[in-house]
Design a protein. Structure first.
Length: 764
């Protein structure tokens, strides 16, 4: 079905300046005629009446001849100017019906054209319509063929349009275009129609005549119509972004019509296509995947069709193995049809993977696929949107190293013993618990030299979390190793305590440049309160509800936390609070769009006291290089902090998870994103392997010769959905066989391409 948009003007001049010049020259014969008329004095003489009688008989004929000669002279000059101006006449009433035309063919090969319509892929319909247009090309016609998505998977990400065939004249160009179109492939990316129409205009020439633009598309409503103001699936900015895009599309179409051009939109998508999609995968409770431990996830699925779907199923496969886990999908309501771009019917599937899911540490992937009920297979027309992959880094243990000193006033338990009890649990007694394996492995560093040697060995024996309590490194080599450890991705947890002065902490960890600070905020002098019999004069943390808390604060400030944290709130008798800088006076050293997370942020505050609107920072977080740190302005023992039964163990566990959690945002990507990875500097044979095989060399971001134990690589051509792999070899330090490493990344397309509803012709 075609939709014809006629050109706005009906005629145009390619060189209107020459026509204006011809019009000016056309006045010259008239001026000559007027100036050549002579004024004579009338004199009567005897034979005059005979001549007058003869002239009267021929006067009308002579006058007509004079005017005709003048008209021919003027017309000759006007026609000369008009010919030089090269006029073009257009008519929007016919579709490709004129000879010597300029035909611009734009073909939609975005991933929504992979959908099935009456057992036939939409992309096949696109090719058929393109074939019909190209067969009509005459020997004098010029042709340009443009694709909405670049088809070269190995060199592009597919998000930009591509000129499949530049301007060509005659049958040979049309035949070559037919061959190219026949082998055209879809891309796993949405169409950018604004860029495609701009590319079309760049191909237009002033000498073109009878311009005809043919757009062959599935005419998705999400691309062609203004979106509703309400959010789609609760995603902020989705409707606003679509709204702005449709406005730009409208403007580009108007520019084309005014060139002038006749525009034909060929709709090959049908009017009622249905689709199921996997929109989002989240781990419930912020769980991290560990070997031998169950994993719970919440999977959001959508029904983009206008009919409800019952009996769908969600399949989960690990590492594309044969073993699958099946989970029923709740009844999916129909998509809302009351607005131009429908809001999909949404449901959440609770996925519980058993303890045996991950049998070894390292890089793993999950493939989650929604399948329609057997009684209604037509509910899912687009297979690609029904599948979503998730890349996970599964850990066996979190290796914790601690260097501690006990507070002067502590009388009951040393800080190191308390930490060992938290991070080792039942394993400390030498008995293996009957439940899931422990998540932590703990070791203590008795002093500065021991800690320095342990950090130097981290390449062979990795450290995930370093805990400092009541200590300040003074050894320059230790400080250098500590900075390198965090910069390369290590986690640092610090309790200031009563043995650390602000001056010593600033000397070791503070720097003038914000990006070079291990200590995110400066520290104030210690404040200590005497313990009273009523146990009421302590400092208290502000654990009230927060709208957008730091990940570490969320377990203590959400509404569910009231049931347990208020039973035994932590009591703090001594503190060294942090000094929050004036944001206007200290602007960030990095542009906001370049920061994944702020260099410094407040996690928890003390409860406001008299004269305070906001409490002083008690727990702060910082980012240094690829690593993160958390600083607590009190002790880890009873010197300043009463060990509450609930708060401190939960805080230590959550801190370890937050600080050591792998950057899975970097492992789960979308089409067009950039694959980035930090790998050992000793690694060799670094390759990126796309889905389907083959290998390319990624670009090294870290300068050659840099003194660092890890280097950064990136690859910016992610044009295929599926599992991508980064492979490399790490030579053995003992001269043995090199270790082969494979890190996996999941690349997914935009799930909203599954919204297949076509725009109505009247609306377009």
């Amino acid at each position: 079905m075609s939709l014809l948009l006629p050109p706005l003007p009906l005629a145009a001049l390619l060189t209107w300046q020459l026509f204006a010049m011809g019009g000016a020259l056309a006045s010259v014969p008239i001026l000559i005629h007027l100036l050549s008329r002579r004024k004579v004095r009338r004199v009567d003489w005897a034979a005059m009446h005979w001549l007058l009688a003869a002239m009267k008989r021929h006067q009308r004929r002579l006058r007509m001849e004079n005017w005709l000669i003048l008209l021919l002279r003027v017309l000759a000059i006007v026609l000369l100017g008009l010919a030089l101006a090269r006029p073009v006449l257009t008519d929007g009433a016919g579709v490709l019906g004129r000879q010597k035309r300029s035909v611009y063919l734009v073909l939609d090969n975005s991933y929504s054209t992979q959908a099935k319509l009456d057992a036939r892929a939409v992309i096949d319909r696109v090719k058929h319509e393109a074939e019909l247009v190209l067969e009509s090309i005459g020997p004098d016609d010029s042709t340009v063929v443009i694709l909405t998505n670049d088809p070269d998977e190995d060199a592009t990400h597919g998000l930009d349009p591509h000129v499949l065939m530049g301007r060509s004249v005659g049958d040979e160009g049309a035949a070559r275009a037919r061959e190219m179109v026949a082998s055209m492939r879809t891309r796993d990316a949405p169409a950018n129609w604004v860029k495609a129409l701009r590319t079309l205009q760049e191909q237009m020439r002033t000498e073109d005549v009878n311009r005809h633009v043919v757009l062959v598309t599935d005419l998705q409503a999400k691309d062609w119509l203004r979106a509703p103001r309400e959010r789609l699936d609760g995603v902020e900015g989705e409707a606003e972004a679509t709204d702005a895009s449709s406005d730009r599309l409208r403007k580009e179409l108007i520019h084309i019509l005014r060139r002038p051009s006749a525009v034909t939109v060929v709709d090959v998508g049908g009017q009622d296509r249905r689709d199921l999609a996997v929109l989002k995968v989240e781990r419930r409770g912020g769980q991290d995947p560990f070997v031998g431990r169950a994993l719970r996830m919440a999977v959001t699925v959508a029904n983009f069709g206008r009919e409800a779907v019952s009996g769908a199923q969600l399949d989960v496969r690990v590492d594309d193995g044969d073993r699958r886990h099946a989970f029923p999908v709740p009844d999916l309501p129909a998509a809302s049809a009351s607005i131009r771009v429908p809001k999909p019917g949404i449901a959440t599937v609770q996925v519980d993977l058993p303890r045996s899911t991950f049998r070894g540490p390292g890089s793993h992937t999950l493939r989650l696929t929604i399948t329609p009920p057997r009684s209604d297979p037509g509910a899912d027309a687009l297979a690609l949107s029904s599948e979503r992959r998730v890349a996970l880094k599964v850990r066996r243990r979190v290796q914790v190293v601690a260097w501690t000193r006990t507070s002067d006033s502590e009388k009951q338990m040393e800080a190191e013993s308390y930490l060992r009890g938290i991070y080792e649990g039942e394993v400390a007694s030498g008995t293996q618990p009957a439940g899931p394996p422990p998540r932590y492995a703990y070791e203590a560093a008795p002093g500065e030299d021991a800690l320095r040697r342990r950090l130097e060995q981290r390449a062979a024996q990795p450290i995930d979390l370093l805990v400092l309590a009541n200590v300040v490194p003074r050894n320059a080599k230790l400080l250098a190793e500590l900075r390198a450890y965090v910069r390369e991705g290590g986690g640092l947890l610090v309790f200031t305590g009563d043995r650390c002065t602000p001056a010593a902490l600033h000397s070791a960890f503070w720097a003038e440049e914000a990006s070079d600070r291990l200590l995110p905020f400066q520290i104030a002098s210690a404040q200590i309160r005497e313990r009273d019999a009523a146990d009421t004069g302590h400092f208290a943390l502000d654990l009230s509800f927060q709208e957008a808390p730091h990940p570490l604060a969320e377990p203590f400030t959400n509404v569910k936390a009231d049931d347990w944290i208020k039973r035994a709130p932590p009591k703090i008798w001594g503190r060294t609070h942090f000094i929050e800088p004036d944001e206007a006076a200290t602007p960030p050293t990095e542009p906001a769009e370049a920061r994944k997370e702020p260099l410094a942020s407040v996690v928890l505050r003390f409860r406001p006291e008299a004269g305070q609107d906001v409490g002083l920072p008690a727990v702060v977080a910082g980012r240094y290089g690829s690593g993160r740190s958390v600083w607590v302005g009190t002790s880890i023992d009873n010197g300043w902090l009463d060990r509450s039964v609930l708060f401190l163990p939960v805080f230590l566990d959550e801190s370890a998870m937050v600080l050591t959690r792998p950057a899975e945002d970097g492992r789960n990507l979308s089409i067009g994103d950039i694959l980035r990875a930090s790998i050992p500097a000793r690694a060799e044979q670094v390759r990126v392997v796309p889905p389907g095989g083959g290998a390319v060399s990624p670009r090294r971001r870290t300068a050659e010769g840099a003194t660092t134990s890890r280097v950064e690589y990136e690859h910016d051509v992610l044009g295929r959905s599926g599992v991508w792999a980064l492979t490399y070899e790490v030579p053995s330090l003992t001269g043995g066989e090199a270790e082969k490493v494979r890190e996996q990344f999941a690349v997914n397309p935009d799930p909203y391409e599954g919204l297949l509803l076509a725009a109505s012709h009247d609306a377009v």
